[in-house]
Design a protein around this ligand. Structure first.
Ligand code: SAM
Length: 275
């Protein structure tokens, strides 16, 4: 009798334990699901805030989503960005980063530098800061307007003659010690080709641009995409007789290869090794 009762008690306690365990498990599952939803909500809310913040920045700065990534690099483009630098959409993705523009300027031995495709003034400003006289040409009047503003931010507008005009039409009437060429690379898609050939440069192919610059001086600096065909670039030095001194430089900003610069004539300091 006692034994039977004991069995009955054990069975019911076992059932109770089983029930309790199941209920605990159910609660655990419910809690986990609730946490998951909360976490998901938190992430969604965080993403939304980041998105909203970015949209605010874009609204404030007038930057389109296309140039957003360049906006985040604004201090690499102009260290004095906050002092009143102004850009248009093309200016954002075509301006030479300041660190590279300084390198270009260090290579000019003085005198007059002709910046044949001046854009919003990234290079012209650095040439002027090295106390050279600069002629800054751009076919787009808006770019010259912005370049004047930006040169003023750096306090060098008095060292630069700004010209709205077509470089190809002006080339034969220009005199200078160095011609600097930073022609358009055809927009941000330039990097999608494995080898950037000189015919892809704008508004004319690289040979025509180089020949126009040779009317001014044999001392030419050309800023080119990082994926440029180096054999073709070296070939430009053979357009002169005897061939021009030639050097190629890789240009990095914060460890990232941003472009390559070809130096010709007196601006080249080392014999080039094209690989
Ligand atoms: C790559 S951007 C120059 C960027 C410049 N180095 C800077 O740091 O701001 C090229 C510029 O060439 C100008 N351009 C295009 N065709 C031209 C031409 N035929 N004559 C003069 N400028 C031209 C464009 O308007 C553009 O502003």
């Amino acid at each position: 009798m006692t034994k039977k009762k004991k069995v009955a008690v054990t069975a019911s306690s076992k059932l109770l334990k089983l029930y309790m365990n199941r209920s605990k498990k159910r609660k655990r599952i419910q809690k986990r699901a609730k946490n998951k939803i909360t976490r998901k909500n938190k992430i969604t809310r965080k993403n939304k805030i980041t998105r909203e913040k970015k949209q605010l920045v874009i609204a404030v700065e007038g930057v389109s989503p296309l140039v957003e990534k360049y906006w985040f690099q604004r201090y690499n483009l102009f260290s004095k960005f906050d002092d009143g630098i102004r850009m248009d959409e093309e200016g954002w993705f075509s301006v030479t980063p300041e660190e590279i523009a300084i390198k270009h300027a260090e290579r000019c031995g003085g005198g007059t530098v002709i910046d044949c495709f001046a854009g919003v003034g990234g290079n012209a400003i650095q040439f002027a800061r090295m106390c050279y006289h600069v002629v800054a040409i751009d076919v787009d009047p808006r770019k010259i307007e912005l370049a004047i503003n930006n040169a003023r931010v750096y306090g060098v507008e008095d060292y630069i003659d700004f010209v709205v005009g077509d470089f190809f039409q002006l080339a034969s009437s220009l005199k200078g010690d160095v011609a600097f060429l930073s022609p358009p690379w055809g927009g941000p898609t330039y990097s999608s080709v494995s080898s950037f050939t000189l015919d892809l440069l704008k508004p004319k192919d690289g040979y025509s641009i180089f020949k126009a610059a040779q009317k001014i001086t044999p001392n030419i600096i050309m800023f080119l995409p990082r994926n440029v065909d180096l054999d073709q670039v070296e070939g430009l030095s053979w357009l002169s007789c005897p061939p021009l001194n030639f050097e190629i430089e890789e240009n990095y900003v914060q460890g990232r290869l941003k472009g390559k610069t070809a130096y010709f004539g007196n601006t080249a300091v080392l014999p080039a090794t094209v690989s």
